[in-house]
Design a binder for this molecule. Structure first.
Ligand SMILES: Nc1ncnc2c1ncn2[C@@H]1O[C@H](COP(=O)(O)OP(=O)(O)OP(=O)(O)O)[C@@H](O)[C@H]1O
Length: 575
């Protein structure tokens, strides 16, 4: 059409100028004009592209400057979601007002200073910051605590990086906010590993267990405190318990009786430190562990009696460790005895939580009275329930520590209601990622005023360094003979030995009998006590008697027992 129009225009021009050549004049002028445009574009194109790019970059820079953010793809992985922003008062107030608590939001809005008065100064605390928030009247601390995840998200943190505790001041929550990713960095090795000269003191010392979240050393006093460490499987329970025992083994006065009911060698390095080391998960091992705890009860009673006679007497601390104690509580085996007419009768169960349950009752007795005479129960147990960790037992421990757990109700079992109500939340730790991180409720560790618990990231001491520490302990102790329960008494005849130590005396006090037995063969009689002595005599139809208010063993009784045994030809079951 255009060409048609141009040619028609040319015809008109040709007629008017009477020159035929003018027919194509408009057409050729148009072609020349287009050629000129193409030439102009050809010349300008290069510089135009360069300037365009520059302008585009300038525009992006201006957008970034205004929004304080780069496009997500341009950020390093750990800050891509806006994580890791420094915590400022305005960020905290904004996070609080967007918690989904209308009352809080309204109160903040009405505050003259935009909510800043609610906050204490933000202080650096280890690998994070800490700030106290005084809540307005309308809001309770528990409401804020229940919104931990939302608060963490509002602060651009993961849930596990924000801790909400309740300090002493009324209506106040204390926020500890980790530097982004800082909690995933490992903490350094234990001083037990790095300082070969380190020793321990049961009474005045503190075990270097790990670090609190502020990065300060977390040290635990174990003096006269029963201990319970619990958590899900494979999260570092044995390691946490063992590192305390390793430290304490560097106090040569401390005795250890250890039952490791997993039995894969986690406690093997205590061979030569512990007087008793039971390793294995069969019912037989549980039975031995139960008897060990019962013996500890006898030892405790002996000490209480001795203390009664002489209030100034001091005892060597005895730490009774049962790792994987849930196996003892869950053991279905019952004591059996053979009646006179040869029938097998079932007696008290080893496991369970009834008044007849042997392990349970023995632990309770230690919990009730062991502290003052330094017979202490340390238990490690897994995945607590009411069945595998009865209420009375968990509440008998003075120091309660928990690794990650599945639910809040388990957290309450592990640490008690008071600690959980005060913000202890082992159920919010991350399984696998927070191995070795314990929430601890104890008066043996420095806990910030007003808080009921503290989170401790423990130093991990692997098997090899643990063995080295144990070697140091052995050197300090000049080697102790460890009795594996199975081998106990293998070579001796205790009844004959008792007769021998009584000698010509008509009667001898039981503690004197024990002392002489001990002198006779320390390795065998080291952990004999009144209970053990009594059981032996009872097996032969005799018993210690009371004479002038003290328990004695009578020469005639032992002689009769020996005579009966020899005429029956029935060796004692305990031999
Ligand atoms: N403090 C720690 N820091 C880092 N990793 C740890 C720590 N403690 C333990 N671990 C890791 O967790 C693993 C399991 O530890 P441990 O055997 O103590 O767990 P557990 O809870 O006793 O397991 P179980 O289920 O057998 O009772 C260790 O091999 C180690 O790799």
């Amino acid at each position: 059409m255009s060409i048609g129009v141009l040619v028609a225009l040319g015809v008109v021009m040709a007629i008017s100028s009477e020159n035929v050549a003018d027919v194509i004049t408009p057409l050729s002028a148009t072609i020349e004009f287009i050629a000129l445009l193409v030439r102009i574009v050809q010349v300008v194109w290069g510089p135009l592209i360069a300037i365009g790019l520059f302008l585009a970059l300038l525009a992006l820079w201006s957008v970034g400057r205004k929004q304080h953010a780069a496009p997500a793809w341009a950020l390093p992985a750990n800050v891509r979601t806006g994580e890791g922003e420094p915590i400022t008062p305005s960020i905290v107030v904004k996070a609080l007002s967007h918690l989904g608590l209308p009352a809080l939001r309204k109160a903040i809005k009405e505050m003259g200073d935009g909510g800043a008065a609610m906050l204490s100064p933000i202080v650096i605390a280890g690998c994070g910051v800490e700030v106290d928030v005084t809540l307005p009247l309308e809001v309770s601390t528990i409401e804020v605590q229940n919104r931990r995840r939302k608060l963490a998200e509002n602060l651009s943190r993961h849930e596990h990086e924000v801790f909400i505790t309740i300090p002493q001041a009324a209506r106040t929550v204390r926020l500890w906010i980790a530097d982004s990713g800082a909690l995933d960095e490992p903490i350094g090795p234990s001083p037990l590993v790095t300082d070969e000269t380190l020793t321990a003191n049961y009474k005045t010392g503190k075990a270097p267990w790990g670090q609190d979240l502020r990065g300060d050393a977390a040290e635990l006093s174990v003096y006269q405190r029963h201990l319970l460490v619990t958590g899900l499987s494979n999260q570092g329970k044995t390691a946490a318990l063992r590192s305390l025992a390793l430290w304490l083994s560097l106090d040569r006065t401390v005795q250890f009786w250890i039952a490791d009911l997993k039995g894969i060698g986690d406690w093997a390095m205590f061979d030569g430190i512990a007087q008793i080391l039971i390793e294995g998960l069969s019912d037989d091992h549980v039975i031995q562990a139960t008897e060990m705890v019962e013996d500890a009860v006898e030892e405790m009673n002996r000490r209480i009696e001795a203390r009664r006679n002489d209030p100034t007497v001091v005892f060597e601390p005895l730490i009774v460790v049962v790792d994987e104690a849930q196996l003892a509580f869950m053991c279905p085996v019952k004591t059996t005895r053979i009646t006179e007419d040869g029938k097998v009768k079932e007696g008290a169960p080893y496991g369970g939580s009834k008044a007849t349950s042997r392990y349970f009752m023995a632990v309770r007795k230690l919990h009730n009275q062991g502290r003052a005479v330094d017979v202490l129960m340390w238990q490690g147990t897994q995945d607590p329930t009411d069945q595998n960790l009865p209420k009375l037992v968990r509440e008998g421990a003075h120091t309660r520590a928990s690794l990650v757990l599945g639910t809040e109700s388990q957290a309450r079992m592990a640490l008690g209601d008071k600690a959980v109500d005060g913000g202890a939340a082992p159920h919010l730790l991350r399984q696998g990622l927070d191995k070795g991180t314990l929430v601890v409720a104890s008066d043996g560790i420095a806990i910030p005023t007003g808080q009921a618990s503290i989170t401790v990231r423990t130093h991990f001491i692997d098997d090899e360094p643990a063995a080295e520490i144990a070697e140091r302990a052995k050197a300090l102790r000049n080697g102790a003979t460890t009795l594996r329960v199975i081998e106990r008494d293998a070579e001796r005849d205790p009844l004959a030995d008792i007769a021998a130590v009584i000698g010509d005396a008509a009667r001898l006090r039981t503690d004197e009998v024990l002392k002489r037995l001990h002198a006779l063969d320390t390795a065998v009689y080291r952990e004999w006590n009144n209970g053990r002595l009594k059981r032996l005599l009872e097996e032969h139809g005799e018993e210690p008697k009371k004479s002038h208010g003290v328990m004695v063993v009578r020469r005639d009784d032992v002689a009769r027992a020996l005579a009966n045994r020899d005429t029956d030809g029935s060796a004692s079951a305990s031999q």
